[in-house]
Ligand binder design. Sequence first.
Ligand code: OGA
Ligand code: MN
Length: 294
Amino acid sequence: MSASLQATTLQTRPLHPEIGVEVLGLDLSRPLGAGTIAELKRLWAQHLVLLFRGQSLSEEQQVAFSELFGSLERAPEGKWSSSRNPAVLRVANTTETGNKVDPEHMFQRYFATLAALWHTDSSYRAIPAYGSMLHALEIPPSGGNTCFANTIAAYDVLPAERKRLLEGRHMVHYYGFSRLFEPTLPPISADDLRAFAPVTHPLVRTLPDGRRCLFLSANVAWYVGGMPIEQGEALHRELIDWATQDQFVYSHEWRVGDLLLWDNRPTMHRVLPYDKSYRRVLQRTSVAGTEVPV
Ligand code: OGA
Ligand code: MN
């Protein structure tokens, strides 16, 4: 057997019974072998969230690592993107030159409000993101955990009557809905409105390997087709509450140097509150999806 075909075994440690493992012993700033990459893809598909501790990745190194899994998304509006690299989103309360930003600044408030709601990144796209990656550069002494819910596990144990109700239903996802949470923001540009027109996605998504998951997003999804608005809102809320029970959720307490990957399709995530007088700086990349949700 040639070296590249040998199975690579990576050491892992569970983060939660239902979701997430830590992968040990890798330095992601260095090139990885084909066997290691294949094993990471297998682990990612199985556990949905992967954690690597003790990393130190420049923007370019994080981009190179992320591109092992596909091409990268560029976020709408560009407000949070790195000036050096449009594929890198600065999830940060500092400027690029390191100054703390006023937490009441409208764009800070907007991002904080949206990230605090359970959501799925870029579900407003016709083809939503496959995966996202956050690398922690500066972290407050406490709070600011990012929580991840396994929506495959949540769907599996949904009562049969609920599964029947959801079958074939769709919800509208629209980037513009997010403005409702911060209505004083300047309007979305005509280009972004065109690029991110409303889309409909199934409430229950079937992944290419056949696993089924709930596909929800509190910050951009609204209006369940075939139902009065209030009834759809109540159903969406009920499903998010269901999917985010403790038994489906891993809450990640950040350390500087962490790199966390999540499969964005069968998960939801949100950030927990923290004292906004502290600096919190993470760098994010998102791998574009390849399939229209079905
Ligand atoms: C994100 C996000 C949460 C956090 O970057 O997509 O939701 O913990 N971030 O900052
Ligand atoms: Mn997010």
